[in-house]
Design a protein around this ligand. Structure first.
Ligand SMILES: Cc1cc2nc3c(=O)[nH]c(=O)nc-3n(C[C@H](O)[C@H](O)[C@H](O)COP(=O)(O)OP(=O)(O)OC[C@H]3O[C@@H](n4cnc5c(N)ncnc54)[C@H](O)[C@@H]3O)c2cc1C
Length: 484
């Protein structure tokens, strides 16, 4: 009986454990994590009081036990010996494995700002951090966000929902520097300022002190000072790989390089999620190389976990690669970026209307879109639809032929090109493991989701069979009709 061990019960580790079990009913599967099994990405909804704490969890001991998965939650792995295929736990015991998955994610990284260890200054990365922030938050406090990146802004949005008084400090000269270009970032900064959220770019926090009245005071490099009840530091992450020293597993500063089966340089040892540098779906799609990096987002973590789990269970599966994507709600301004949005050396098509604001950028390689940016108010339904379609065009790398010229001339009419190029059919036919993904069985309080009656239009919409379209009642298009 094969012995599989997974380190880390985040999205990557849980997906891997369930995938191994789905492929091999008899194997021994152990899931070891120093935290509960949960999803970090829903912590902002917990902070915003939109979900209770238990909805953050993705499984408990009973759930895993029912699936024959041994869950050691609250236990750390302190050492791995890749040659002997053993690992050491925080209680000093040793375990042997046939295959091992490192799905240990990443941790918040903080610059050495004097005063960053004061009470009231938090990272917002773990469930424990979220509990501390929620416990500390008085009614309508003021908060300063240090670091205007993707994660920081997700937390900012949650704090804005609570009507806290907010300021943002960012060392680089624009907000969201790894997600938006200067035009998109300028639109976001204007939007925030108009909503009384002060934005200080090209500014560093030099020191945090506690005032006599109990408030925190932040000294900025601009000479200004900010006061707040709470400070959230979202200043980057680093992969959790220190325990691999001496293991034989190659580790780079950005994470653990893996092949398209998610295997590391050591046969039988795999890595997945934020800690792994996996294949990029756009590699080889343009004339220039894409620097290998960890994408550090949940969809990639789940994909990685499923691919690693299948291969660990002996079901050889190759990963086409993940798409770098960030989708964000900034106080009702939607922002999204996909793939090679930085446009270095590529043709671009842009639309910009500063007054709303609306901003779109498509980045081209030949007749394919290889990157895109979107910024627009949340009530712009056309943009929301197009975000999904453009993502599909990038994911499938569907050649657009003559439709490329059409989109360049009509950048807000993506739908026709999307349908004509066959991107939707290409996506419908695509599965990661050769079988459709299934709903996870974990239920909070045992409650199943409400039954959902599929309407008559649902089948044709997801069907690849043309006869289903004939079942639809034809809806007349205004202005277009048969001559009577
Ligand atoms: C506030 C916030 C909002 C986010 N929002 C989004 C979003 O909107 N969209 C999105 O795609 N992504 C989002 N993310 C990022 C997303 O949560 C991560 O990409 C994802 O959690 C990565 O999953 P993972 O399984 O690789 O690692 P993790 O979720 O980090 O899980 C790894 C687990 O392994 C444990 N571990 C580490 N070392 C050891 C050890 N030595 N022994 C035992 N256990 C160990 C860790 O403590 C952790 O519990 C957000 C993250 C945060 C913090």
């Amino acid at each position: 009986m094969a012995r599989h061990i997974i380190i880390g019960a985040g999205p990557a580790g849980v997906a891997a454990a369930e995938t191994i079990r789905a492929h091999d009913a008899d194997a021994s599967v152990s899931l070891i994590s120093n935290e509960p099994a949960y999803s970090r990405m829903v912590l902002p909804y917990y902070l915003a009081q939109e979900i209770p704490e238990k909805h953050v969890l993705t499984g408990d001991r009973d759930y895993f036990a029912e699936r024959g998965i041994e869950a050691l939650l609250g236990t750390a792995v302190t050492r791995v010996d890749g040659g002997q295929k053993t690992l050491t736990l925080s209680d000093g015991t040793t375990r042997a494995f046939d295959s091992l998955l490192i799905a240990t994610g990443s941790s918040a990284q903080q610059p050495p700002i004097p005063g960053s260890d004061l009470e009231g200054v938090y990272a917002f990365w773990t469930l424990d951090d979220a509990q501390q922030v929620i416990a500390k938050a008085q009614a309508t406090p003021s908060a300063v966000l240090i670091g205007a990146g993707f994660i920081g802004f997700i937390v900012l949005n949650a704090m804005a929902k609570l009507n806290w008084k907010l300021s943002v400090v960012e060392a680089e000269d624009q907000v969201l520097p790894r997600m938006l270009d200067a035009t998109g970032a300028g639109a976001v900064e204007g939007w925030l300022t108009a909503r009384d959220i002060a934005v200080h770019t090209a500014t560093q926090v030099q020191e945090i002190r506690r005032n006599a009245d109990g408030k925190l005071s932040l000294a900025l490099s601009s000479g200004q000072a900010l006061e707040a009840d709470l400070v959230i530091m979202a200043t980057g992450i680093r992969p959790n790989s220190d325990f691999l020293v001496g293991s034989g597993v190659s580790v780079e500063p950005g994470g653990i390089p893996v092949d398209d089966r998610m295997q590391t340089n050591v046969p039988g040892i795999y890595a997945a999620g934020d800690v792994a540098i996996g294949p990029d779906i756009l590699a080889g799609r343009t004339a220039s190389d894409i620097p290998a990096s960890a994408h550090a987002i949940q969809p990639t973590a789940v994909d990685h976990g499923r691919i690693a789990g299948a291969n660990m269970a002996g079901h050889e599966t190759h990963y086409p690669g993940s798409l770098l994507l960030n989708v964000l709600d900034v106080v009702n301004l939607h922002c999204a970026s996909f793939g090679l949005w930085r446009d270095e050396g590529h043709d671009t098509t842009t639309v910009f209307n500063a007054s709303r604001p609306i901003y779109r950028k498509y980045v081209w390689h030949e007749d394919r879109i290889v990157g895109a940016l979107f910024v627009g108010p949340i009530d712009d339904v056309t943009m929301l639809n197009d975000v999904g379609m453009v993502k599909g065009l990038i994911q499938t790398q569907q050649p657009l032929g003559d439709w490329a010229a059409y989109i360049k001339a009509n950048p807000t009419d993506v739908r026709r090109a999307y349908v004509a190029s066959g991107a939707a059919q290409a996506l419908i036919g695509r599965t990661l493991l050769g079988t459709p993904a299934r709903d996870r069985a974990y239920r909070v309080d045992g409650k199943t989701p409400p039954a959902w009656d599929k309407t008559a239009t649902h089948g044709p919409l997801v069907s690849t069979q043309s006869e289903h379209y004939r079942e639809l009642n034809p809806t007349p298009t205004p202005g277009i009709g048969k001559a009577e």
